[in-house]
Write a protein of this length. Structure first.
Length: 481
């Protein structure tokens, strides 16, 4: 009896072990079958794509930028062929690649290692070097099997043959800014080596000038050596050419005259002068014939890779376009507009004369006096403009501003009502002449002038009348005059 019980216990133990073994076999088998089904049915496309990537290398090729020409057809900016080195990131080791490239590109190994790992752009392809030498191109192509992920791509160098002529009109090109990498590299498939317009017409018309990138799809072997191109390849499309309204010879003449005048003034005691500007427009259609902003810079600096010293000492002082980005007090150029406004407000007539003894004591004040630059005889409108008499326009502004106040109106009330209302009317009138509205010139970052209405002073009116309480860019003043 005891023996039968022991046999039953052994049999039960064997059954438990068998069931445990069965579970250990069946459960992994079920998991494997499930994973195989998942790979085959649900994720097959993903794995097929991964397999294709392992045998196919795809990269973009840059498009030559369009030329920029003056009105006579003289080429002021164009591209010449060059080569760049790009690297496609993966989980492959990079130390050997960095060591080889460091020797041929003459770049520190540590810097190359960091760049091959991550350049901060988030892109699979990264620019390793541009404008590489013929020797480097030959070496990389001969040792392609030992440099997995490294590719030579056709590129171009931007050339500006006229040095600093029309530099603030042409602008310059530079590397893709970080905030545009997602759009240009990831979405539009421009290669990381692409240079885009940052200023001038290079920046304003960048979309048209930079063209469309090409695409190269190569089948590669197990060593990542290209075998042949696949049908998905297509060539890059050159950017559109751009024709300016100016003549480069006239522009050069204006720039030379402007620089000579600055040097002359500095040599004769005016050492504080460090910038100047000039603009010439066709009065028939408003086209720009010349636009000069001193000091000048050379757009070629950026094409060749600008050094820190050149940037600080050459480019930084010249970066600002004083014609379109520097509102300044217009001074006496505003007097004809003030005269027209006063005439339309019935504050003065064409022949009425106003006396100028060199200064004007403002009525109903504690003796506040504003001065003219000299003493004048009684002047009508035409002679006041011709002799630039400040007092004439002071008086005109007080008339159209209704100063002194009528009746029992308080000065504080006038300052909060009549003064701002008059300035607002004058501002609206000025906009009809292109002041304070923006000209719409096809150059980036045009600044817009304005009339100051924040001081709450009686003198705001007379000072605005002679162009000392408002600021406009030289371009706005050229449009106005």
């Amino acid at each position: 009896m005891d023996r039968d019980a022991k046999d039953d216990e052994k049999w039960a133990e064997c059954q438990r072990r068998f069931r445990a073994l069965w579970i250990l076999i069946i459960v992994p088998a079920v998991i494997v079958v499930f994973r195989l089904g998942d790979m085959q049915c649900r994720r097959s496309a993903e794995y097929l794509a991964a397999g294709a990537r392992n045998r196919v290398d795809t990269f973009s090729t840059p498009a030559p930028r369009g030329r920029i020409m003056d009105a006579m057809g003289h080429v002021m900016a164009y591209d010449t062929p060059s080569f760049s080195v790009i690297y496609a990131r993966s989980d492959r080791p990079i130390d050997a690649v960095a060591k080889r490239l460091s020797r041929v590109l003459r770049v520190p190994r540590t810097e190359l290692t960091r760049l091959l790992k991550e350049d901060g752009t988030g892109s699979v392809h990264t620019l390793v070097a541009s404008r590489v030498s013929a020797r480097a191109v030959s070496y990389i192509r001969e040792h392609q099997s030992e440099l997995p992920g490294v590719r030579i791509v056709s590129d171009s160098i931007r050339n500006y043959p006229d040095a600093d002529t029309a530099c603030h009109i042409l602008g310059y090109i530079n590397a893709i800014p970080r905030h545009r990498i997602e759009q240009l590299v990831t979405k539009e498939h421009f290669p990381p080596s692409t240079r885009v317009g940052w200023a001038g017409v290079e920046g304003y018309y960048d979309n048209a000038l930079r063209g469309k990138p090409g695409r190269i799809v190569m089948e590669v072997d197990s060593r990542n050596v290209p075998l042949h191109a696949l049908p998905d390849c297509h060539d890059a499309s050159k950017g559109a050419d751009l024709v300016l309204t100016l003549s480069h010879t006239y522009e050069r003449t204006v720039q030379n005259l402007l620089a000579a005048q600055v040097h002359y003034l500095k040599a004769h005691g005016h050492r504080g002068i460090d910038h100047a500007m000039a603009i010439a427009m066709n009065p028939q259609d408003g086209s720009i014939l010349a636009l000069a902003s001193y000091p000048y810079y050379k757009p070629q600096w950026f094409s060749q890779g600008i050094s820190y010293q050149t940037y600080q000492n050459g480019f930084a002082p010249a970066e600002r376009n004083w014609v379109t980005q520097a509102p300044i007090a217009p001074g006496s150029t505003m007097k004809p507009l003030t005269a027209l406004f006063a005439y339309n407000q019935h504050a003065i007539t064409l022949k009425e004369t106003i006396d100028c003894n060199g200064a004007l004591k403002l009525p109903n004040t504690d003796g506040t006096t504003i001065r003219c630059w000299t003493r004048h005889d009684p002047l009508d409108m035409a002679h006041a403009i011709a002799e630039s008499c400040d007092v004439y326009f002071y008086q005109a502004s007080l008339r159209y501003g209704r100063w002194p106040p009528r009746g029992n109106e308080r000065t504080s009330t006038w300052l909060k009502t009549d003064r701002p209302q008059t300035l607002h009317r004058l501002e609206q009138y000025s906009r009809g002449f292109g002041l304070g509205t923006g000209t719409g010139i096809d150059l980036p970052e045009e600044e817009i002038g304005y009339l100051n209405d924040s001081s709450l002073q009686l003198t705001d009116l007379p000072y605005t009348a002679i162009g000392q309480n408002e600021v406009y860019t030289p371009l706005e003043l050229a449009v106005y005059t």
